[in-house]
Write a protein that binds this ligand. Structure first.
Ligand SMILES: *[C@@H]1O[C@H](CO)[C@@H](O)[C@H](O)[C@H]1NC(C)=O
Ligand SMILES: *[C@@H]1O[C@H](CO)[C@@H](O)[C@H](O)[C@H]1NC(C)=O
Length: 553
């Protein structure tokens, strides 16, 4: 006994620490409500938490989306600095728009967990790390990025939800919705395979109810396996000292029968300063609490968007101090004074029912046919077999691949070929055989097809030095595609192949790192910088935009 005294003392200390901190209660969903373990309702008293990345103004960047990001959950000193303020404001959740899966998040996640703060983690990264609303795809590179992030966060007890996207769909891009639904389906299957019940969500820009509500319903139709669990509406309609009837009544009515959790993914209009945050008393009142489970105030850190500047603190140059402003004081006062109704109790809440998905309308074009699960092994099989392979051009690999796809597709088009197999059409519900492959493999496929269309004239695999002839290629590209990808519409439980390329990027010029973008009614630092290197030609997808888009990076 004596011999083990030192050890025992050590254990005792550890035990004391563990006893001293109560574990954060698990929050789960029943029907359209969130509950803590004791059966009381959980409301999100949240704040958007992401320093804004670099926003490059250009006509192509009409939403002011950042092209770089800073992962705030990888900065322990920042989390320690901010958590005291969060406690003062009774904040219980932060929404983070882009995180780096290769960074260590232990310290921040623990700091937040110990203080009762949950996280809503958006899985997208700027630029090619998100589903691009112009040239969408749900492909292995994105799937792997999302799965790596889930793996990086699954060990923490305070992840409330993972978002598959932020403001990807807008009034003119409703045909992108099938890609989001496919992402939600695959991530749910992955989480289930890891015995995780973490919620999967999406955050929508507000807009005309004809497409906004259709999208909300689309994302939750069919069955639990293919439905998001939590829907965030980024709603800036309460400006100045508004009131429930003018700001939220119509929207709340239109979500009256919603089947999963809804919350305001962002709120905090800044067009009638000062920001009073009086909407908080409405959001957490009985007028809204039956439909909405709280919301996320935008934004803790300074964030500029088309709608102007948002901020509640100023961070000192050395990062040590956060100086709060008047907006913050208002938010603290409002969050501090609300007590949302604790009804219905968990025992009385109904489970969700999932309606059949609606056929598209003129306001909401999305097909009910969703893209397949991206198949890494099948795509790699094809890559190995191709006759003209893209030789990754560093550092702008994805940017160059996008350019090669563009130029290769137009060459192929003039040689009588087509890029249909690499593209997809969410309105028609038609997805090319390679639609789920990484853009780098798509580039090789296009290059190979062109090379073969010119009888393998060596100069046609040059592509300015970006192509390498594969003398061992066993078959023509299209035959290889049929044999490697025999079931192009297959849906299955994805796995994360640790050898898969990628890795999250952190910072830096060009395509990597970066902050999330999006958000519309003001860019804010939301997460969606969707810009992908994937373009089909002809009827399948848009071509020609890519180079313009890539100048953003
Ligand atoms: C590869 O492609 C890029 C983009 O088209 C081009 O700038 C570059 O010159 C090409 N060639 C080489 C050798 O990198
Ligand atoms: C985006 O591009 C960067 C740089 O080319 C690359 O490292 C990263 O893997 C890409 N991410 C995805 C999801 O394609």
């Amino acid at each position: 006994m004596l011999g083990s005294l030192r050890l025992a003392t050590g254990v005792a200390v550890v035990t004391t620490i563990l006893v001293g901190v109560q574990a954060i209660p698990k929050v789960t969903r029943t029907g359209r409500y969130l509950y803590q373990e004791d059966g009381t309702r959980f409301y999100i008293k949240g704040i958007a938490y992401q320093p804004q990345g670099e926003v490059i103004d250009s006509p192509d960047n009409d939403f002011g989306e950042p092209s770089t990001y800073i992962d705030p959950l990888a900065i322990p000193a920042g989390c320690t600095r901010d958590v005291e303020l969060f406690k003062q404001a009774k904040i219980n959740a932060v929404r983070v728009y882009s995180v780096d899966s290769s960074a260590n998040h232990d310290a921040c996640m623990k700091t937040f967990s110990d203080n009762g703060i949950y996280t809503i983690i958006d899985l997208a990264l700027p630029l090619n790390g998100s589903i691009d609303r112009t040239v969408p795809s749900w492909s292995t590179n994105l799937l792997n990025q999302y799965l790596r992030t889930i793996d990086a966060f699954s060990k923490y007890d305070n992840v409330l939800a993972y978002n598959v996207g932020n403001e990807v769909v807008r009034d003119k891009s409703t045909q992108v919705a099938p890609y989001l639904k496919a992402a939600a389906r695959d991530l749910k299957a992955y989480l289930r395979s890891k015995n995780s019940n973490a919620l999967v969500g999406y955050a929508s820009i507000n807009g005309d109810s004809t497409w906004r509500n259709a999208l909300a319903d689309y994302l939750t139709c069919g069955s639990e396996d293919i439905a998001i669990d939590i829907y965030g509406l980024n709603d800036y309609s309460w400006c100045g000292d508004s009131d429930f009837n003018s700001a939220y009544a119509a929207t709340t009515r239109s979500f009256a029968n919603y089947n999963v959790v809804a919350y305001l993914g962002e709120f905090g209009c800044n067009t009638k300063p000062p920001r009073l945050f009086t909407e908080v008393s409405a959001i957490f009142s009985g007028q809204m609490s039956d439909i909405w489970s709280g919301g996320i105030a935008f934004s803790y850190f300074p964030a500029r968007s088309r709608a102007g500047q948002f901020a509640m603190v100023e961070i000192s140059a050395d990062g040590k101090t956060a100086t709060t402003n008047a907006d913050w004081d208002k938010l603290v006062a409002q969050y501090g004074s609300v007590t949302p109704p604790n009804v219905p109790l968990k025992a009385a809440a109904s489970e969700s029912t999932y309606l059949n998905c609606n056929q598209p309308t003129s306001a909401f074009l999305a097909s009910i046919v969703t893209p397949p699960t991206p198949n890494e092994k099948a795509c790699e099989c094809l890559d190995d077999a191709l006759s003209c392979q893209f030789t990754p051009y560093k550092p702008d690999t994805y940017k160059v691949a996008g350019e090669l796809i563009n130029s290769g597709c137009s060459l192929l088009g003039s040689a009588g070929g087509s890029c249909d197999e690499i593209g997809g059409d969410g309105q028609k519900g038609v997805y090319g055989r390679l639609s789920g492959c990484d853009p780098l493999i798509k580039a090789s496929y296009v290059m190979s097809q062109y090379f073969e269309a010119t009888n393998k004239n060596p100069t046609t695999c040059a592509f300015g030095g970006n192509g390498t002839i594969n003398a061992d290629s066993p078959a023509a590209a299209s035959a290889a595609a049929s044999s490697c990808i025999p079931s192009p519409s297959a849906v299955f439980v994805p796995t994360l192949d640790s050898t898969s390329p990628g890795g999250s990027t952190s910072s830096s010029n060009s395509g990597s790192g970066s902050n999330s973008g999006s958000n519309a009614n003001g860019g804010k630092n939301g997460a969606f910088g969707g810009i992908d290197a994937l373009v089909g030609v002809s009827r399948m997808a848009v071509v020609g935009l890519l180079s313009a888009i890539w100048t953003l990076a």
